[in-house]
Design a protein around this ligand. Structure first.
Ligand SMILES: Cc1cc2nc3c(=O)[nH]c(=O)nc-3n(C[C@H](O)[C@H](O)[C@H](O)COP(=O)(O)OP(=O)(O)OC[C@H]3O[C@@H](n4cnc5c(N)ncnc54)[C@H](O)[C@@H]3O)c2cc1C
Length: 410
């Protein structure tokens, strides 16, 4: 094999590129933007005059492909989080606050402790979680779990919205089952919340690019691949406004773009085609988010609030129905929630609303059925991306795993 051409420097592309480079393979990385990271990046925000992440990203210690990736690029110590598996929540309507705590081992004795489990639940309720393991492709989260009362309202619903970025009445239960199987079901040691100490780029992107540079990879940034030249069932060239590359017969290609770009480049490829937005609001203010550094919010507009160095940052997932809300109105609503939850002043500080319109594909059964595998009809082309059939939802872990899979097939 000569070289591997990786198109797209998001998490999937960087995962594929770094795992190939670690094996001594020559990599050429093409990226349409002038920076890497795709939907998982940091940037200097002119409005607030500080560095922001495009969206708050929460990971779990059980995200094994992500942890392997961070080890590989020498960035394992850039993630932080509580030293115990704990998830604090505030109910903005009742004012109640509680912390869900798990024990580290696989036997879930935490459900026996009233002060550790979700308030209003009994140990028996958790037994019903086995329903998830039997989830069929058409089962919806709400239909399967919605009868579980406070366990659903206070834990499973917010967990589902966070993991699937899709409202539970239309979201498929199967990818939620996959998340639970790789975290809570393995015990607290696999369920520790983790997030970047500084920013997404500092953890996931900059160290990966440095790793690739050190391993001799070639970079073509600002290079949008607009077409593939194909001959005898092989990709023979990449073309675009700033790209004109001949693919040697021994070369391989990994296409790690978002699904809509992959479908443009490969006519006939079926990919997810319905998406959900995520909105993040960043306020120039501070809160004390305690040991965890974040809170789950119930009964408000946003679902999570993070304490950051220079801002308080909130996430609104499955937010298609909020895309048209005027930013000032939205910020005022969220600030009012934050005032209630954290006793903040009446005057709203400077803020920034970041809208990611196609943050993830909608995790409905119909969309899951459209996920392609990594192989394509072209002999030297593999697919990677959070939209491919990883079994996981559209997440960093899914994207990184898809990159690993594509690289392992080369
Ligand atoms: C606001 C927000 C919050 C999120 N929160 C979480 C979270 O809490 N936890 C979690 O695990 N996940 C979260 N996610 C999901 C996660 O960010 C994505 O699943 C992941 O980053 C997708 O990576 P990817 O490589 O598959 O795709 P992308 O990040 O989209 O990467 C594709 C890359 O291809 C490039 N590209 C596109 N077209 C071309 C072309 N023609 N030629 C060359 N390059 C091209 C793009 O510029 C991009 O860099 C969130 C996403 C968003 C947007």
């Amino acid at each position: 094999m000569n070289r591997v051409h990786v198109i797209g420097a998001g998490m999937a592309g960087l995962s594929a590129a770094t795992s190939l480079a670690a094996r001594g393979v020559s990599v050429v990385l093409y990226e349409a933007a002038k920076w890497g990271g795709g939907r998982c990046r940091s940037y200097d925000d002119a409005t607030l005059g500080c560095r922001l992440d495009n969206g708050n990203h929460l990971l779990l210690s059980g995200n094994r492909s992500t942890m392997t990736y961070l080890d590989r690029i020498g960035a394992a110590d850039t993630l932080v989080g509580p030293d115990k598996p704990l998830f604090p929540f505030i109910d903005l309507v009742s004012g109640a606050a509680w912390t869900l705590r798990l024990n580290r081992g696989a036997t879930p004795w935490w459900v026996l402790r009233k002060t550790w489990r979700v308030p209003g639940t009994t140990p028996r309720d958790y037994w019903a979680l086995r329903r998830l393991q039997r989830a069929k492709p058409d089962d919806l989260v709400e239909n399967l779990l919605g009868t579980l009362g406070p366990l659903y309202d206070r834990l499973l619903e917010p967990l589902s919205i966070a993991a699937l970025n899709t409202k539970p009445d239309v979201a498929a239960a199967a990818p939620l089952a996959a998340v639970v199987a790789e975290s809570i079901a393995l015990g607290g040691a696999a369920s520790m919340p983790r997030y970047p100490a500084i920013g997404l780029s500092e953890s996931f992107v900059d160290p990966a690019l440095a790793f690739l540079r050190a391993h001799g990879a070639e970079f073509r940034f600002g290079a949008r691949v607009a077409g593939l030249t194909v001959s005898a069932n092989r990709v023979t060239g990449l073309v675009g406004p700033n790209v004109d590359e001949i693919i040697d017969p021994d070369d391989r290609v990994i296409l790690a773009t978002p699904p809509w770009v992959a479908a443009d480049l490969l006519p006939g490829l079926i990919v997810p085609n319905a998406f959900e937005a995520i909105l993040n609001l960043h306020f120039r203010a501070g809160i004390d988010a305690g040991k965890a550094g974040f809170y789950g919010l119930l009964g408000g507009v946003a679902e999570w609030v993070f304490e950051k160095t220079e801002v308080v940052s909130v996430t609104i997932s499955a937010a298609n129905d909020r895309l048209d809300t005027d930013p000032q109105t939205l910020a005022a609503e969220v600030w009012s929630d934050l005032r209630r939850g954290f006793g903040l002043p009446r005057t709203m500080p400077p803020y920034r609303v970041v809208r990611e319109k196609r943050a993830t594909f909608a995790a409905t059964p119909a969309q899951l059925a459209r996920r392609p595998g990594p192989a394509t009809s072209l002999l030297n082309l593999k697919l990677a991306g959070d939209y491919t059939a990883t079994g996981l939802p559209s997440t960093i872990e899914g994207a990184i795993r898809s990159g690993e899979t594509a690289a392992s097939m080369i």
